[in-house]
Design a protein around this ligand. Structure first.
Ligand code: PXL
Length: 277
């Protein structure tokens, strides 16, 4: 029998609203991956709602990781998302050194549609660059790609502009890059960049767009990366899955801030023994 794959997920627990760990955990479990979690913050709900409570987990992270180390837990990869403070960067960097994860997936969660999330500071955005430089795969949206490459945000970038920003991110140490949420009239695209090769895959946009779709997308890519699935195949799978979930969410009249009802389609992500290489 093949050895089971495992991942350490470093992300926040938002108690309500389908994002971060409440998305990553069910998706990666469905993809037959064992998950360990290190919370970065505990929120009542995500920050796109008009109000939320926020508990920064920074003061407890080192003690938590010391136990993981003493107990010799090991993982095939690390997947980082929403950070609770700027100080978490050095904690996660030293975690990467101590555990030497073969796969390092950094979703540089910072903002969307040109706007930085409420709890993020400019300094935190700068420190995110260092985490991305250590990644084997990173999944910025267009807003985050701009922050990471010091490019002023616009909503009319050409494909060439996006390619150049990917080159600049690669020069800063990133390896595989997938840029999400590239909007073109009634289409939405995800760009794939790897060793100078660049391609954007478009699908028809399903409105309304919803928070948490970046977390669904990145989680599927993480699962596939651990199973060594080809990146283009994985981006297609994640795009199709999100589209299906967006259609069902609209049909079920899910409030926009509550995200996508991925639970309705989770079985689509369960690999057969045959799929896993
Ligand atoms: O989906 C990204 C995300 C993750 N975590 C928290 C958020 C958001 C986006 O708003 O608020 C707490």
């Amino acid at each position: 029998m093949k050895k089971q794959t495992s991942i350490a997920i470093v992300n926040d627990i938002s108690g309500f609203g389908r994002c971060s760990i409440t998305v990553a955990l069910p998706i990666l479990s469905a993809m037959k991956i064992q998950c360990g979690i290190l919370p970065t913050a505990i929120l009542s709900n995500h920050t796109e709602y008009p109000d939320y409570s926020f508990l920064d987990f920074t003061p407890h992270m080192n003690e938590y990781l010391d136990k993981w180390k003493t107990l010799s837990f090991s993982f095939d990869g690390i997947y980082t998302g929403f950070l609770g403070s700027g100080r978490q960067l050095s904690i996660i960097s030293s975690m990467m050194e101590q555990f030497s994860f073969p796969k390092r997936i950094v979703d540089p969660v910072m903002g969307d549609h040109g706007i930085i999330y409420d709890s993020y500071t400019k300094e935190m955005c700068q420190t995110m660059k260092q985490l991305v430089s250590r990644s084997t795969l990173t999944t910025p949206n267009l807003t985050e790609l701009c922050i990471l490459t010091d490019t002023p945000y616009r909503d009319d970038f050409s494909e060439q502009d996006i390619f150049q920003m990917c080159v600049s991110l690669e020069n800063r140490g990133a390896k595989q890059i997938v840029v999400t949420g590239i909007e073109q009239q009634d289409q939405i695209g995800n760009a794939i960049y790897e060793h100078g090769n660049f391609e954007i895959l478009y699908t028809e946009k399903v409105l309304p767009l919803r928070p948490g779709t970046g977390d669904v997308f990145a989680s599927i890519l993480v699962g596939d990366s651990l199973h060594n699935v080809n990146l283009k195949e994985s981006v297609k799978k994640a795009g199709d899955f999100i589209r299906t979930c967006l259609i069902t969410s609209a049909n079920m009249k899910i409030p926009v801030n509550d995200g996508v009802c991925f639970e309705e389609h989770l079985e689509n992500l369960i690999p057969s023994a045959f799929d896993i290489k």
